[in-house]
Design a protein around this ligand. Structure first.
Ligand SMILES: Nc1ncnc2c1ncn2[C@@H]1O[C@H](COP(=O)(O)OP(=O)(O)OP(=O)(O)O)[C@@H](O)[C@H]1O
Ligand SMILES: O=C(CO)[C@H](O)[C@H](O)COP(=O)(O)O
Length: 313
């Protein structure tokens, strides 16, 4: 058994949903057991300095990646750090805070997989990749409501950032064990407004044997709302689990039970009834409640890997 924290990485571009998913996972694990680190705190320049220098927050040179590496290595070995603090409210730095790792550490941010030493710190690596139009919608909403920007400023900033997104953010997808994309539904059945989820599962960590409970996308004559298939991602073979937004409780239940049965600590998560269940229900960073079965299964699979990591390392 391990006596160091389990470290989960959640990486993706700005407004890809990292903070939202992080909150949802912390809820399932129990917030008292989780330390959350947002790597925006490792920016090298404040908002005004970035504007003067013409550098974006996505550029490695705009971040203290070396200090981030040191801090993650310390947290991984169970030691405390004095973490810098960047305020999105003011666009300036505040006094550093003393942070000690709990049983689980979730590290979420833009450049979390950008160097080899930092990548070695994680037990589980997730990359969030919503379609770009959806991310733009989320970014406009969040930055206008929470960070004091106008819509025109957000759209101009996204255009300015695109070369850095392409060069530094999106390539990090290749280091992830799991790639999560919430997408608007393609099907006419999707009347409840819930997003579909597409989960790319790389063979870099042992995923549950889902073939026992999920129909293969090629063998079912009628398209099931939860499907498992084979594909390639960045040229490499992967499994893909697709969960439609219109999936029903019954369809989800069997898969949930299968995943929970493998890990004793998950049994209480699956035993909860719908009224008390935290799984699949998260407050978004703009205050709305996001609730769906695709989100619940995504959270459950990530938590499965974090709990599994305790036993296999
Ligand atoms: N799964 C989801 N379903 C629906 N809306 C979502 C989801 N995830 C995120 N959002 C929306 O997108 C907005 C941005 O998400 P969030 O703040 O979590 O992104 P982020 O990746 O942490 O951003 P940043 O790196 O810029 O801080 C949220 O305020 C919420 O409105
Ligand atoms: O891409 C981002 C991740 O959150 C932010 O835009 C970046 O951290 C800078 O923050 P701000 O726009 O609040 O100055």
């Amino acid at each position: 058994m391990l006596n160091r924290p389990i470290i989960l990485g959640i990486v993706g571009d700005s407004a890809a949903g990292k903070t939202t998913l992080t909150k949802g996972i912390a809820q399932v694990l129990g917030e008292d057991d989780v330390t959350i680190i947002c790597t925006d705190d490792y920016h090298k320049y404040d908002r005004a300095q970035r504007a003067d220098l013409g550098i974006t927050a996505l550029h490695p040179d705009c971040n203290h990646l070396d200090i981030m590496e040191q801090h993650l290595a310390l947290l991984r070995s169970g030691q405390p750090i004095l973490k810098p603090v960047y305020s999105h409210k003011t666009g300036m730095f505040e006094a550093p805070v003393y942070v000690k790792p709990n049983k689980f550490v979730i590290v979420e941010g833009l450049l979390g997989y950008s160097t080899r030493p930092v990548r070695q710190c994680y037990d589980v690596k997730v990359y969030l990749a919503p379609p770009e139009p959806l991310r733009a919608e989320w970014k406009v909403k969040r930055d206008t409501q929470k960070r004091g920007y106008t819509e025109a400023q957000v759209r101009a900033e996204m255009l300015k950032r695109e070369p850095d997104s392409e060069q530094y953010i999106r390539p990090q997808r290749s280091w992830a064990d799991m790639i999560v994309s919430f997408c608007p539904p393609k099907l006419v059945e999707a009347i409840n407004g819930h997003l579909d989820a597409r989960l790319v599962l790389r063979p870099t960590i042992p995923h549950p044997e889902l073939t026992q409970v999920v129909a293969s996308d090629v063998t079912t004559p009628i398209k099931s709302a939860i499907r498992l298939g084979l594909d390639r991602d960045m040229g490499k073979p992967v499994d893909v689990l697709e969960i439609d937004g219109h999936t029903t409780r019954e369809q989800v239940r069997e898969l949930e039970k299968f995943i929970c049965n493998e890990i004793p600590d998950l049994l209480n998560v699956c035993a909860a009834d719908d009224s008390t269940m935290e799984l699949g229900k998260v407050a978004g960073t703009t205050g709305e409640t996001i609730q769906s079965y695709p989100l619940a299964l995504t959270q459950l699979l990530i938590v499965y890997h974090m709990l599994k990591a305790i036993t296999i390392k």
